[in-house]
Design a protein around this ligand. Sequence first.
Ligand SMILES: Nc1ncnc2c1ncn2[C@@H]1O[C@H](COP(=O)(O)OP(=O)(O)OP(=O)(O)O)[C@@H](O)[C@H]1O
Ligand SMILES: [Mg+2]
Length: 463
Amino acid sequence: MNERVTVLLVDDQLDFVNGLSRLLLAEFKDLEVLTAESGKSGIALQEKTEVHLLITDLQMPEMNGLQLMAEVNRLHPATKVIILTGYGTIEKAVEAVRQGAFDFLTKPVASEQLYRTVGKAIDFIRLEWENQRLREMLAGGGQDNLLGESSVMRQVRQSIEAVAGTDYPVLIQGESGTGKELASRMVHRLSTRAQRAYIAINCPAIPDSLLESELFGHCRGAFTGADRDKEGLFSAANHGTLHLDEIGDISPTMQTKILRFLQEGEVRPVGSTRTLKTNVRIIASTNQPLAKKVEENSFRSDLYYRLNVIAITMPPLRDRVEDIALLARYFFEKTLGEMNIQGMTIEPEVLSYLSTRDWPGNVRELHNYVRRLVVFSGRENIDMIAVQRIDSPDQPYSILEDELGPYKTMKALVADRFSRVYIEQLLTATSGNVSEASRISGLSRVAIGKLSQRLGIDLGRFR
Ligand SMILES: Nc1ncnc2c1ncn2[C@@H]1O[C@H](COP(=O)(O)OP(=O)(O)OP(=O)(O)O)[C@@H](O)[C@H]1O
Ligand SMILES: [Mg+2]
């Protein structure tokens, strides 16, 4: 994501605009700065280029900063606005923020303050882009992509793109939940076989006696119960891709049969004397250390070398913690979509926390965790209290998570947390029936209403 952020500076003092422009260009990378001396010429510029951030003086002849903001946002609501104002007009600037400005700066502008405020706006803009990208990906219809901007993940994607064009077998290794299945589908999707069948089979899930006929098919009468010919998966996947999942767990006999297919490109249905030529791309995957199994003689070395022509290793999450926040946000959006929940938010603090946790079950575990946060935390905003509820449901709140302050302040803080948990449990138990809640709690209906309002608890959510 190195897309440029375009900033438009508008002020009737040309020197000021130029100075500001130089400061910003020196401080921020990937920035484009446009300048204008009036609201009118600013709008003319904005019609030609997409402006992401408008920094405008409040008081200008003709069109003032507020009018300019309104005009710009009418066409481009996503454009963020920072208002520049002299000391005498701070109330107007506050009013501008109330009307939707991102922030304001007072003149003369101190460079530190400028960098901080503009930096915040740029981060915000980039975050919105990323969210947009995630939403588009989700809307793209079930087609999950291998996300991650870490260098290991980029390399994995590059390898996948490189091997997709070939017909060689691919061996995907990696711990459980690291995305082996997703990688396998991606190889298929990017290959010339994309329009043909993709079949995945979890080898150890099928008893050995059935696996052979499942893979190679059988003839009528081949064994008891084989009352007609059956096509195997190797034939069904002809011209497509067959994913042999958990290949580390197949028996020596099956290893030999699969090896023969890889050598000859032929399959022989159980009970048949004829062999069939098929054109199938094999992807094998396992979370077992296959090389070690070869050393221990529990996996055929010749099969290993055949499969291992192209090896892809899915990195565990601990080797790419920088991807965790992105994945968590993706799963968050995805869960909201699946559950049809609107307006729920997640605190950046939670994303940082998730990045420091251990995920032995890797991406799958992270996905399930985020799902639980959304569904069970009972909060509109996923914050650290939500995390704590999921982590230790028996301890609904803690007083230790804050830095120490005056007794009174701490007590009020804890009292508020207690009230929140109490009211939420009360309303959950009574499905939002305030009369019933009043009876149980001994609080008046009005008190419950006021308390809920003060704590920002939406009564309607429980009904
Ligand atoms: N890089 C990723 N980006 C987005 N989602 C991912 C990524 N990696 C894994 N997932 C998701 O995590 C879950 C587990 O992935 P997958 O089933 O591909 O893992 P696996 O390695 O095959 O696991 P196992 O060894 O347990 O079979 C899936 O829901 C998948 O969509
Ligand atoms: Mg799998």
